[in-house]
Design a protein around this ligand. Structure first.
Ligand SMILES: *Cc1c(COP(=O)(O)O)cnc(C)c1O
Length: 346
């Protein structure tokens, strides 16, 4: 696969903005090159445009070289950048599964890229041959979200491999929830696939949704082109500092993950015994997709009692489904109590 044929011509030829921090590399004591304020407010200097220190920490945790890491303002940034790098507006298209995470379509619409999708099987399985049938010469990206949002399940490894092997474009696997799944990340397969981008985030298992830090892992060639197109200082210093602090708490994070997994098991079992619950789908993430008799009525009842879940009733294959994030034990207990009261009065 020749990546340069997948990259838009204007991006391939782009001479990126060269910032002061890029031009000089080395030791110095006086920095009067960037028109910053010389007065120390602790935030008067521009941050590292390539976030080297942070990437080295992530590289160790993820067991991948720094040069294969891109950091963005949430996962949203690499999602949007993928369109801007690979897809020619009004000409190219992408293919995704349905239902899945909403940002792939929003970013397609913003960038004026045709968005094609293929409905998952009734059991929420990926059907690689149906995806590949949608592909033509202008299909540049296939989006795969695994574990998938809102269905919660991991998608089959063999089906994904078939797509990676047959598709002459970029395959993006969004692993926002991988820390809650009993399966290795696709990061381990990056050396085998030059067209693979894996997305992860600090927003879920790492508990850092507020700082906005998304990660993309890919071949050095893909990382370089993402760096060329991003805003020069896309990750601010406060985010870089907080991320370093949170990433140092690996043991605590592992503890929190196993807490969530235990609660997921408890909540899932409790839900199955409530009369208005029709089905609790298997989850590899930090939420449960739950089919109830009447999603709108259940949603409204819970909201009146101060409990907000996500109503997915109008989404493909999710009729009467609620998406419920695993909370703390006392929150989950309140949810169960509330649902039991509602069921008793139905
Ligand atoms: C929550 C979520 C993300 C995370 O997005 P951030 O911008 O990193 O907060 C990414 N992908 C999916 C599928 C998600 O559900």
């Amino acid at each position: 696969m020749d990546l340069s044929t997948l990259i838009r011509k204007n991006i391939l030829n782009l001479k990126p903005y060269s910032c002061a921090r890029d031009e000089f590399k080395g030791e110095a004591s006086i920095f009067i090159d960037a028109n910053e304020s010389p007065f120390d407010t602790s935030i008067n200097r521009y941050p590292d445009p390539l976030q080297k220190e942070l990437k080295e920490v992530i590289a160790k945790i993820k067991n991948i070289p720094s040069e294969n890491i891109f950091l963005g303002n949430g996962s949203d940034e690499p999602i949007d950048l993928a369109y801007r790098v690979f897809c020619e507006p009004g000409i190219d298209n992408v293919t995704a599964i349905d239902p899945t995470y909403g940002m792939y379509k929003v970013c397609a619409d913003i960038n004026n890229i045709e968005y094609r999708n293929v409905t998952l099987s009734n059991e929420y399985h990926l059907r690689s041959e149906k995806i590949l049938e949608k592909v033509d010469n202008n299909t540049k990206i296939i989006w795969i979200c695994s574990p998938n949002n809102p269905t919660g399940n991991l998608l089959d490894e063999n089906e994904i491999t078939k797509i990676l092997n047959s598709f002459n474009g970029i395959v993006i696997i969004d692993e926002a929830y991988i820390d809650f799944a009993q399966q290795d990340s696709w990061i381990t397969k990056l050396p085998n696939f030059k067209n693979l981008i894996v997305l992860q985030t600090l927003s879920k298992a790492w508990g850092c949704a507020a700082i906005r830090l998304g990660m993309a892992f890919a071949s050095n060639e893909i990382i370089n082109v993402l760096n060329k197109v991003k805003y020069p200082y896309n990750i601010n210093i406060l985010t870089q500092q907080q991320a370093l602090i949170q990433l140092s708490k690996i043991e605590k994070t592992k503890e929190n993950i196993s807490y969530i997994l235990q609660q997921r098991e408890i909540l899932s079992n409790e839900l199955k015994h409530i009369s208005i619950v029709e089905k609790v789908y298997k989850s590899d993430s930090n939420f449960l997709l739950v089919k109830v008799k009447n999603a709108n009525a259940t949603y409204n009842y819970l909201a009146q009692n101060g409990i907000i879940v996500r109503n997915r009733n109008n989404i493909t294959l999710c009729d009467n489904c609620l998406r419920i994030t695993i909370g703390l034990a006392h929150e989950n207990e309140k949810l169960i109590a509330s649902l039991k009261t509602f069921a008793a009065n139905c």
